[in-house]
Design a protein around this ligand. Structure first.
Ligand SMILES: NC(=O)c1ccc[n+]([C@@H]2O[C@H](COP(=O)([O-])OP(=O)(O)OC[C@H]3O[C@@H](n4cnc5c(N)ncnc54)[C@H](OP(=O)(O)O)[C@@H]3O)[C@@H](O)[C@H]2O)c1
Length: 327
């Protein structure tokens, strides 16, 4: 089968499309014929080892000390179940699905095997394969940070910094779903996009000082890395929460101490896709509550260009990879 592989860490050019052998599903696994995937910030970090401060060694241990242990990137995908293992009853051949592959990665290929009890769900009927492929990365991160770390409540005043990226656009939509009043922070060129997915207020970070002294937020979700605790704490309400999606190792370690000393809380950590949260996202997409945004679409043969575009740090929503044309 065709797959985009990388054998050393580095710039987009370390990735190339090659023929590799297709895996056979084990008893608890499904084999998915992949129709679409995505290149996202997770792939960029695994490819380049450009990690948030303090995570350099942890990243190398996680992805491979001497070189990448998993040579096919792609942490999200959509496709059709091609075959199921002997113990699988949850899916059957022919089911259209989407999935977060987590540590298995492997979305940038024609086939991938995944554990059937992991983060896989039937593709919502109102969703094409490209859109299905980009549900999970932003969706799971937004859901788990807002709901679990942020304890978001109806009526909360929420600010999303980095509102035009994959995580940001998902966070704006899910925060609105939870009944929050949402302010999105992005550049002027993306203001209309952020407003169109539900933001009540949009701040252009080049024009307006953020965090501003006039407003107080119950929740600040920072997906851009420019709203650290020192800068954001004065803008939180007395019980406000700062969610650092790309926090440093230091942020993660001091978060419990900061939170203990304050009514205000600091939260950082990692989102991990589960079967139940993937199903929640499938339902929200089916209901039209969450619509993942695709900025650009590349065929697998142009995977290097897709990585280069993601590396600009300026994408709006997600970059999809088409492996088989749309259904
Ligand atoms: N903790 C976790 O489990 C987890 C999970 C997923 C992602 N992450 C991390 O979260 C971060 C965001 O991920 P992503 O996939 O959403 O990234 P992304 O899609 O690449 O974000 C791109 C967006 O960032 C915006 N941006 C750049 N500089 C900005 C600034 N100074 N202020 C506000 N917005 C700015 C850009 O908007 P403009 O062009 O409008 O400036 C662009 O639309 C990454 O660092 C990623 O590693 C962490």
């Amino acid at each position: 089968m065709k797959a985009a592989i990388y054998t050393k860490y580095g710039p987009p050019s370390v990735v190339s499309v090659q023929d590799i052998s297709k895996s056979v599903p084990k008893a608890a696994e499904v084999l998915i014929r992949i129709h679409a995937s995505a290149v996202n910030s997770g792939d960029m970090r695994a490819r380049s080892l450009d990690m948030p401060a303090g995570f350099g060694l942890i990243g190398r241990l996680a992805f491979g000390v001497c070189g990448p242990r998993k040579q096919v990137l792609g942490v999200e995908l959509s496709g059709v179940i091609e075959a199921v293992g002997a113990n699988v009853s949850r899916f059957k051949p022919g089911d259209a699905v989407f999935a977060a592959t987590e540590g298995a990665m492997g979305g940038h290929a024609e086939f991938q095997t995944l554990r059937a009890d992991k983060a896989i769900a039937l593709l919502p009927k109102n969703c094409g394969f490209e859109q299905g492929a980009v549900i999970s990365f932003g969706g799971i991160t937004a859901l788990q940070f807002l709901r679990d770390k942020g304890d978001i409540r109806c009526g909360d005043k929420v600010l999303i910094n980095g509102a035009s990226g994959t995580v940001g656009l998902a966070s704006v939509q899910l925060a609105k779903h939870f009944g929050a009043h949402v302010t999105g922070v992005c550049s002027a060129g993306n203001a209309e996009l952020v407003r169109s997915v539900g933001a009540d207020v949009v701040i252009d970070y080049r024009q307006q000082e953020f965090p501003d002294s006039d407003n107080r937020y119950d929740l600040i979700l920072d997906a851009a890395g420019t709203a650290p605790w020192a800068r954001s704490k004065h803008t939180l309400t007395e019980t406000g929460r700062l969610l650092l999606v790309n926090g440093s190792l230091g942020d993660m370690l001091r978060a419990p101490f900061v939170s203990r000393k304050n009514g205000k809380r600091l939260k950082a950590g990692v989102a991990i896709a589960t079967a139940s949260d993937i199903q929640i996202l499938a339902d929200l997409v089916a209901q039209g509550v969450f619509t993942p945004v695709i900025d650009r679409q590349f065929p697998l043969s142009e995977i290097v260009a897709a990585h280069a575009y993601v590396d600009t740090g300026r994408k709006k929503g997600s970059v999809a990879i088409s492996i088989i044309s749309e259904r």
